[in-house]
Design a binder for this molecule. Structure first.
Ligand SMILES: [Zn+2]
Length: 369
């Protein structure tokens, strides 16, 4: 009887464990990875604010980022934290996204402080951005400022396809993020809610904009503007230990809520068993989307940097081109790597179920066991 009880508990633990890793990490063998990206760094100080403090945007972003990472590591044992920088250095914007994609990050949080152009210093409050388009002049200014550091980088060649002024380029970027946008918005809302309730700050809301680090990270991703360093009182708050602590706690609570949301939406532990039985009936295939264009091209290797096995799909007045076709997720990850090496740096994996496109996260849930 005693043995029976023990095995029963072991079974429960195993089920709970596979359930959690399935939900958080999208595949049972992988833990949930959060990448924290402290904006700017090194030669790029970000906004200097009013100039009354020695600390600039890069310093406050780093302090809050490190504190957030520490809190997550201490309180959420099943979550791994990685950073784009842990000290006062400048990783390029491209470098930040490449690392995030390489490390199979599940959630990307970029942390910044805002600045109001001119000398008024009247604007204050937090903003959290997800990728999207905007016509709002103030939002456009924020993106311009945060992206502008590209001009300071040595190798600007890697940014030649990043053209926020071109509707076609934006459409391509948005499509690549389509799978993750719902989740990004969910987290962004949690963050802004927390800033209001936990830190008692003014929230300027969840906004959309074309930020480089959001456009090229293939996972749910947000960019947080903690507040305006050009606003004296807010600058004082963000430079204070108490202020940083409250913003950190808010961000932590939001990440925690987001993880709860992922668990709740994946149902009960029996879900694991259901998925197993469903798996064989489902016909899921993965492809790497390498290009989308209004031009209809022949699917020959010479049109696709030498890649073979290209398929084409017409959607509206747009042709989408895919590389590879497999039911094995590891294989498609390899093919994605190949395509990136060939120069399709912004390619991404898409999933189809019985010929119809489905969200990648759903596909991964279905094939996981
Ligand atoms: Zn910034």
């Amino acid at each position: 009887m005693k043995t029976y009880k023990t095995s029963f508990f072991v079974l429960i633990i195993v089920l709970t464990f596979s359930f959690k890793s399935l939900v958080y990490g999208q595949s049972p063998s992988k833990e949930f990875v959060v990448m924290i990206d402290p904006g700017h760094g090194g030669k790029d100080s970000g906004t200097p604010g009013t100039g009354r403090y020695k600390a600039t945007e890069k310093d406050i972003a780093l302090d809050v980022s490190l504190a957030l990472g520490k809190m997550i590591e201490q309180k959420l044992s099943n979550v791994k934290v990685v950073y784009t920088r842990k000290n006062d250095i400048y990783p390029t914007l491209n470098g930040r996204t490449v690392t995030a994609n390489k490390k199979d990050v599940d959630l990307f949080i970029s942390i910044h402080c805002n600045a109001q152009p001119g000398k008024k210093g009247t604007a204050y409050g937090s903003e959290t951005y997800v990728l999207g388009t905007t016509r709002n002049k103030q939002n456009l200014e924020v993106a311009k400022r945060e992206n502008s550091v590209i001009a300071l980088e040595d190798d600007i060649e890697v940014y030649k396809d990043f053209n926020p002024g071109s509707p076609e380029a934006i459409l391509g970027l948005m499509m690549a993020q389509e799978e993750y946008l719902d989740h990004s918005i969910k987290l962004a809302r949690y963050i802004e809610d927390e800033f209001q309730t936990t830190a008692k700050r003014k929230s300027r809301g969840v906004k959309q904009n074309i930020f480089y680090v959001l456009a090229y990270t293939y996972m749910p991703s947000v960019l947080v503007e903690l507040g305006f360093l050009t606003h004296k009182k807010e600058e004082d708050f963000l430079n204070s230990k108490r202020g940083k602590g409250l913003m950190t706690k808010s961000l932590f609570n939001a990440v925690n809520k987001y993880l709860d949301y992922l668990s709740v939406n994946a149902d009960s532990p029996t879900f694991v068993e259901e998925v197993k039985t469903k798996q064989s009936a489902e016909n899921i295939t993965f492809k790497v989307q390498i290009e989308a264009s209004k031009k209809s091209l022949e699917t020959k290797p010479y049109n696709f940097k030498g890649l073979k096995g290209i398929s084409k799909l017409k959607q509206g007045d747009l042709y989408k081109y895919f590389y590879g076709n497999t039911s094995n997720y590891n294989t498609i990850k390899d093919l994605e790597h190949d395509a990136k090496q060939k120069g399709y740096t912004s390619c991404f994996i898409v999933a189809f179920k019985e010929g119809k496109k489905i969200a990648l996260t759903d596909a991964l849930k279905s094939i996981a066991n």
